[in-house]
Design a binder for this molecule. Structure first.
Ligand code: CTP
Ligand code: MG
Length: 239
C-alpha cells in the first residue's frame, strides 16, 4: 500500500452509553475541561499522519453542536445507526463520498481517548503494509475460564495466542466498506470491524498496543481515564 494514501479517522459516536448509567451518552462526559469525544479528536487529529475525521453521531444528537469544536483539519459529520457496525458503515460511505476509494480508514471508538501517538504510528504503518489491514490488540494476561450452566468452571481455556481487540482498527477503505456491507446485508452481529474483514476471507494483522488505551464503559472508568491522561501528560512534560 503506497505511503501517500490519506488516512482518515472514522469515529463511531452514536452509542447511548447504557452501561455508564449517566444522563447523557458517555462520549459527552467530561474530564479536565473537555468531553471524552473532544479528547479523542484532539489525540487523533494532532497525529501528523491523520488527515481528518468523520464522526457518526445519533441523528437527534443535541450535544455536538454545543461543543463548537474547532480543528485545523476537516471534521465531517454523518448519522450513525442502530448498532456500531451501522455507524461505522455510515462513516465509511461519507468518507468515500468525500475522498473516493483511495483512502485508509482508521476506525476508533469515541470513548478511547488515551491512545498514544506511538501506537497510532505503528498500526497505521502495519495497515499500509497489509492488504487486509491491521488492528491494535493486547495479549490476554489472566487465566480464562469457561463456565458451565450452573456457574461452575467447565474448562480452562489456554490463553496462549489469545488477544483482546482494541481500536484503532485500520483498513484500506474499500476492504472494510465491502466487508461491512456483506455483514449488514446478512444481518450478522459482529463485535469489531476486523471480524467483518475476517468473514470476508482476509486476515488482518495484530499490532501489540498499550493497555492504557481502554474503552470507557462503566461509571468508575471516567476517573481512571483522567488519572491515566494526567500521567501521560506528566510523562510527556518530562521527556
Ligand atoms: N456506537 C455507535 N453506534 C451505535 C452503538 C455504539 O457509534 N449504535 C459507538 C459508541 O458511541 C462508542 C463505540 O461505538 O464510541 C463503542 O461502543 P460501546 O462502548 O458499546 O458504547 P455504547 O454502545 O454507547 O455503550 P453501551 O453498550 O454501554 O450502551
Ligand atoms: Mg454498545
Amino acid at each position: 500500500m503506497a505511503s501517500d494514501i490519506p488516512v482518515w479517522a472514522v469515529i463511531p459516536a452514536a452509542g447511548s452509553g447504557s452501561r455508564m448509567q449517566q444522563d447523557k451518552p458517555k462520549q459527552y462526559l467530561s474530564f479536565q475541561g473537555k468531553t471524552i469525544l473532544e479528547h479523542c479528536l484532539d489525540r487523533l487529529l494532532s497525529h501528523p499522519a491523520i488527515d481528518g475525521a468523520v464522526l457518526a453521531l445519533q441523528a437527534d444528537d443535541r450535544f455536538w453542536q454545543e461543543l463548537d469544536y474547532q480543528a485545523d483539519k476537516p471534521v465531517f459529520i454523518t448519522d450513525g445507526g442502530a448498532h456500531r457496525q451501522h455507524s461505522v458503515y455510515s462513516g465509511l460511505t461519507t468518507l468515500q463520498y468525500r475522498c473516493g476509494n483511495d483512502a485508509i480508514a482508521l476506525v476508533h471508538d469515541a470513548v478511547r481517548p488515551l491512545v498514544s501517538h506511538d501506537d497510532l504510528s505503528r498500526v497505521i504503518a502495519a495497515a499500509r503494509e497489509h492488504t487486509a489491514g491491521a488492528i491494535l490488540a493486547a495479549p490476554v494476561s489472566d487465566t480464562l475460564k469457561k463456565q458451565s450452566d450452573d456457574m461452575e468452571i467447565a474448562a480452562t481455556v489456554p490463553r496462549q495466542g489469545l488477544w483482546r481487540a482494541l481500536t484503532p482498527q485500520v483498513f484500506h477503505l474499500p476492504v472494510l466498506l465491502n466487508a461491512l456491507k456483506q455483514v449488514i446485508d446478512a444481518e450478522q452481529a459482529i463485535t469489531d470491524d476486523a471480524q467483518a474483514v475476517e468473514l470476508a476471507g482476509y486476515s488482518p494483522a495484530l499490532v501489540a498496543g498499550s493497555e492504557e488505551n481502554f474503552k470507557i464503559t462503566r461509571p468508575g472508568d471516567l476517573a481512571l481515564a483522567e488519572k491515566i491522561w494526567l500521567d501521560q501528560r506528566n510523562q510527556q512534560n518530562n521527556e
